[in-house]
Design a protein around this ligand. Sequence first.
Ligand code: HEC
Ligand code: HEC
Length: 367
Amino acid sequence: MTRTHNRLLSLAGLAIAIGLGAPACDRGESSSDSASARLPGPLNLPANRNGQVPALLSETGIFTDLQTLTPHPALLAYDINVSFWSDGADKKRWIWVPPGRSIRFSPTGEWEFPAGTVLIKHFDMPTDLSRPEVKRRLETRIVITEAGGEVFGIAYKWRDDGRDADYIVRSLREEIPVQAPDGVQSRKWYFPHAHDCLQCHISLAGGVLGVSTRQLNCDFPTPDGRLQNQLLTWGERGLLKPRPRPEALSTYPRLAAAHDSSRSLEDRARSYLDVNCGYCHRPDGAPGEFDARYETPLSKQNLVNGPVLIDLDLDHARTIAPRDPSRSLILQRIDTLKRTKMPPLARESIDAEGVALLREWIESLQP
Ligand code: HEC
Ligand code: HEC
């Protein structure tokens, strides 16, 4: 879809609104202006949540070649220390910051992103357990920041032939066949609509959830192929102000992956809770007394022996009961697909590795 075409579509939308008798009393920015506001630069994306969204991923300009998933050269690929559990999918990530603007860096907590920053996350599902390179393209998701720390989301669902992806008009579930050694398994996948994004990408957590010092503090290839700490790479490219200092890197927090045996069990378990739960479970966030954020010291997280609001009929339930996984509500909420499951949406299967990690940690705690 060309820009002119988009503008025609938004005019058509306006005409329909007038046709339905919408009162013309809005004296602020007219809806046609805000709907046609596009980001500056190479990407064909709306600058605000009312803007017109291209119907096809190919029209956004994010990838210059959809077959090879080659990103536009203005995008920077990045990776994070600990991924959110997404039903076994593999993910790739890119960022674009408007020219001349930068992200406000801080060694801890959330960074502040300039309006018009674009973050892209692409999901593939491995569909043959004996051949990890065999994958099915599922989704490409986009988060765009607005002024004031709010974000909005857009998602595209890949077509079965993998040639292009369509804007997701309403959320849906689909069964994905996966070849296992003992036959074909079926995996459920939830394709979220733009409304769903905002249940997790909340402004209380800064809107952008996985771009922080503790997540990016690791080595990743630069565009010219050097392996370097991403915080330095982003600083060199002018994306971070103030620039992270090389000599301070070792003092910055760094999340620990579940399988990283060089880190303590406690670090790994608390990293898991930070990434999977901490954007909702923090002060003034979701119901519950605990703070799942990694940078809150364990003694202040209200996790171990922490009081619970809803005990799920468990005797002496605690947020975490040392040495007792069956009374530890955190584990009971992760190790289930029932109505009480956590996170409450966009999770269709149990993260066996995550459950094992938390169980091991709980069993190691002194009562
Ligand atoms: C169940 C919670 C949840 C939902 C729903 C969700 N996300 Fe996310 N998303 C996350 C978490 C947690 C991260 C950071 C960790 C990661 O990337 O693995 C993230 C990261 C991202 C990123 C990378 C930038 C960032 O914030 O770190 C993009 C882009 C993204 N999500 C887009 C979307 C879009 C678009 C939707 C809706 C269609 C959506 N997400 C729905 C939890 C969610
Ligand atoms: C999208 C926001 C969101 C995310 C992400 C999320 N939760 Fe929750 N959580 C809620 C809401 C809302 C409730 C209250 C409703 C309910 O109890 O089901 C809740 C309730 C809970 C409770 C009950 C608290 C009490 O004292 O009774 C526990 C325990 C819990 N969550 C654990 C987790 C864990 C562990 C994770 C990460 C794996 C997680 N949650 C991720 C929103 C979230």
